[in-house]
Design a protein around this ligand. Sequence first.
Ligand SMILES: [Zn+2]
Length: 286
Amino acid sequence: MSQFRQMFEEKYMRFPGGLSKAVTLSYDDGVHADKKLMQIIDKYGLKCTFNLNSLLFDCRNWHDRMDEEETYALFSDSRHEVALHGARHIFLNKVPLHEAIREVALNRDWLEHKFGRIVNGMAYAYNGYNDEVKRVIGDLGVQYARTTRSTHSFGLPEDFLEWHPTAHHSEDCLPELTQKFLLGSPEDEFKHREPWLFYLWGHSYEYDDADNWSVLEDFCKSVGGRNDIWYATNGEVCSYVKAYRSLVFSLDGEMAFNPSYMPVYIEIRGKTYSILPGRSVLFGKE
Ligand SMILES: [Zn+2]
């Protein structure tokens, strides 16, 4: 009996509601095609983070960017997240460090004042970053930053300032990855029961350019409207994971305290517990 129990001592994060799977989207540049993208993902209940520049409004010859008013109208009351993409969409790793700092600070200041909310997520323009850039954006309060390096897997990042997505929507493996995500589950694993996140990214204008909006429609139809998946923005995923990682455990691991402001879910010995904000839980050993 005790030997049997030994096999299940590991603790695994579960998403809100005790779920083991989540989907998030990330789309860049604030272009007119974002409107259509939002209509499609709203239809299926998915959530997206839109990464916006703040000094390139109405730049029609750069993938038909929206102007300030259109941008505000589209995102101000939406269920989605707005995030940073640099003021001018430059490589942060190809300018003096102080210029990179200014680029992110101006972008953050503009978006926060325009939208009246905290904006502390980011996607690196052109995937331009290095260790120094990561350090200074952290100093500017940025909580996470997305790269463009596909993992083709469903793991969560160790380092949120280098958040690698699962796939770009144009990759050939997308249908296969989607099926793998839907048909399998962390709960099918004996060990390695870490939760799964499907993180899709791209630019909405690419669907117009390739005339393949059906790729998005098919993806949303497949993964949307299910009660075993949490649909969240990048920022919601990041905040939740950080809350989970802030749990405080007793020496023997049998008690956990949640110092965060949100309920956190944890699986141990095949059983899922919710730990309320500011409360402790003693894991039962039946
Ligand atoms: Zn971009």
